[in-house]
Design a protein around this ligand. Structure first.
Ligand code: PLP
Length: 427
């Protein structure tokens, strides 16, 4: 193999030889008729099976600790034991927790909708009253956050992610300059897709943003991967404590769920917010539902009765996921270290590895991988409106394929990136 990972000093002849070799490998992959998938970050069947004891765990005992019959209507903000579980998951006070249905994305969508249309702290606080509404979106980010904004007609402004979280100099400058920026998305731990954990300084600066932002500004703190460590438990500074210290408790809404802890389709979702925000949200929720699925709340806390049980359970997930991440990172290291064809962070948790190609290469690499039978998330999906202005970012989700499948898929991935890169250099 030609160990050529930097093109700037390569002679055209060398590049053409490399292209021919990579194209041969590509054709060999195509001939294998592979059907592999590195797209969505969902738990594998093996991970889902870790929680199969949920089924039947109540043994027809439906009473919650406060005597509530979980089978009946009511309990708009959740059972006390479920609030405690959510509080332990997010590292907040149980009194600040609302327990929702099966999806934290639903809670986030509803919270943005309430803030926009109805106002979280009274009708006068509705963002829509002030005209154009904008959100800060750290990129690359979670596509479904962007879909929420797009559907509600909220304009998205991007801000780059760094190894410490969003570029806070940019965030602060943008907020100070534009009071129509009413919100910001954050995935503070094992960020989707870069895997970055926000530094303590970043968390503190985010807690202070309300001091420079326009009226009604809210941070949507989506802690989807709060306990999804692959190795050691990585602590995340408490945004709630920082907000209390800075007098900005109304400026942050926190979210989490058990979707990637128990069964992804039937998890339990949580929101943590200040009393004022909770009151505004509940006024809306009362119009939507008489109450959430409390039977599922009860099943979940029976399966995972305390923080120790939760952390032991997450270690079993890690035992399944860690070898998959190890394959992805090993192949990237073997194939790209020391060159300039791609960059990535090595995450120690979450569900993704984000790979940045040279500018203008990502879509072509994704297309080549597809031709060779490896499905990747469409290039651009990690950016608002599906447009990566530099066409660089590719999200790799390794949880579902088996280990041998992942080896093959990553070999195809590496060859596709190299082939797309060399072809662009020759063009
Ligand atoms: N937030 C992030 C950052 C995610 O990556 C995901 C799922 O991939 C979700 C939220 C979805 O959470 P839920 O299943 O609770 O709606």
């Amino acid at each position: 193999e030609i160990p050529l990972l930097r093109f700037e000093h390569a002679a055209p002849g060398q590049l053409r030889a490399l292209e021919a070799q990579l194209a041969d490998t590509h054709r060999a992959f195509v001939a294998q008729g592979l059907a592999l998938d590195l797209t969505r970050g969902k738990p594998s069947a093996e991970q889902l099976a870790l929680s199969d004891a949920l089924d039947g765990i109540l043994d027809r005992h439906y009473l919650a600790e406060d005597g509530t019959d979980a089978r009946n209507y009511g309990g708009l903000d959740g059972l006390p034991e479920a609030k405690r579980f959510g509080a332990a998951l997010m590292g907040v006070d149980p009194g600040s927790v609302l327990v929702g249905g099966n999806s934290s994305l639903t809670l986030m969508y509803q919270a943005v909708l309430v803030a926009h249309r109805f106002g979280l702290t009274g009708a006068d606080s509705a963002w829509s009253r002030g005209g154009t509404v904008r959100f800060l979106c750290p990129v690359p980010g979670y596509d479904r956050h962007f879909t929420v904004c797009e559907q509600l007609g909220i304009e998205m402004l991007t801000v780059p992610m760094t190894a410490d979280g969003p570029d806070m100099d940019r965030v602060e400058a943008m907020l100070a300059a534009d009071p129509s920026i009413k919100g910001m998305w954050c995935v503070p731990k094992y960020s989707n897709p870069t895997g970055v954990v926000y530094s303590d300084a970043t968390v503190d600066r985010i807690a202070r943003l309300a001091q420079v932002a326009g009226e009604g500004f809210r941070v949507f703190w989506d802690n989807a991967y709060a306990v999804h460590d692959l190795q050691d438990v990585r602590p995340l500074a408490s945004i709630e404590a920082a907000c209390r210290a800075h007098g900005t408790v109304n400026s942050v809404l926190q979210f989490a769920s058990t979707s990637k802890i128990t069964h992804a389709g039937s998890g339990v979702a949580f929101m943590s917010a200040s009393p004022a925000n909770l009151a505004g949200f509940k006024a809306f929720l009362t119009a939507c539902t008489i109450g959430p699925d409390k039977v599922n709340q009860l099943r979940t806390v029976r399966l995972l009765p305390d923080r120790d049980a939760l952390m032991a359970h997450m270690q079993r997930h890690a035992a399944i996921l860690a070898p998959r991440f190890a394959i992805v990172l090993r192949v990237l290291e073997e194939q790209f270290a020391g060159g300039d064809l791609g960059q990535w962070e090595a995450p120690s948790g979450g569900y993704f590895v984000a790979f940045d190609t040279r500018p203008g290469i990502a879509s072509a690499a994704v297309a080549l991988a597809a031709e060779a039978g490896v499905k990747l998330t469409p290039a651009g999906a990690t950016f608002p409106y599906g447009r990566d202005p530099q066409d660089r970012n590719i999200r790799i989700a390794p949880s579902v394929p088996s280990l041998p499948q992942l080896e093959t898929a990553m070999a195809v991935f590496a060859n596709s990136v190299k082939l797309a890169s060399v072809r662009a250099a020759l063009a």
